[in-house]
Design a protein around this ligand. Sequence first.
Ligand code: OGA
Ligand code: MN
Length: 200
Amino acid sequence: MTSAIEQILLDLESTGFSLRPGLIPSADLAALAAFVDDHRTEFRPAKVGTGPGRKLAEGLRGDETYWLDPLAPPEPFTGVFSFLELLRTSVNERFYLGLKQYECHLACYPPGAAYGLHLDRFNSDSSRSLSFVFYLNQSWETAQGGELVLYGPGGVERARISPTPGTFVCFLSADFPHEVRPARRERRSLTGWMHTKLIN
Ligand code: OGA
Ligand code: MN
């Protein structure tokens, strides 16, 4: 995955986001999908915000999440987490962002669920700096919807990304308001954020 990292750095430098279709090979994806299947009943409705203001917001986001501990990844995710750690240190070496740690969760959007337009930053805390998503769907047709739409300055659409198998996307959290469009079938991902401070 090293050349993938180099391409991601070039993309971040020129556009502020990077899209790598099929970064996770389908053979590896099967084990990740099996983990989601095994733990699907433990997913909980996602919350928004931070600290005492953290709350359910079903109108804004309809996904269900399962948080992973980056320091103790479940076995099928060790490859993904070492990739993320390499990405973190590589981004720091190239851009001096000082990313210290990341947090991530698995997310399942039931059919029809969406996540309205938002920024991955809290008003009270600007430490989320790089957002990343891996799509864990083992198949996906464009007509099934579920796109991630990134917007730039002035609300101009910058990218419309279909959650195809093993696709990876990352973007500078402060620069891209974005939304998740509803899908016709369950949509699965691993989503997270790299922070400029230690989280726990
Ligand atoms: C998020 C988010 C994007 C996606 O969880 O904050 O924007 O494509 N997810 O799942
Ligand atoms: Mn987001």
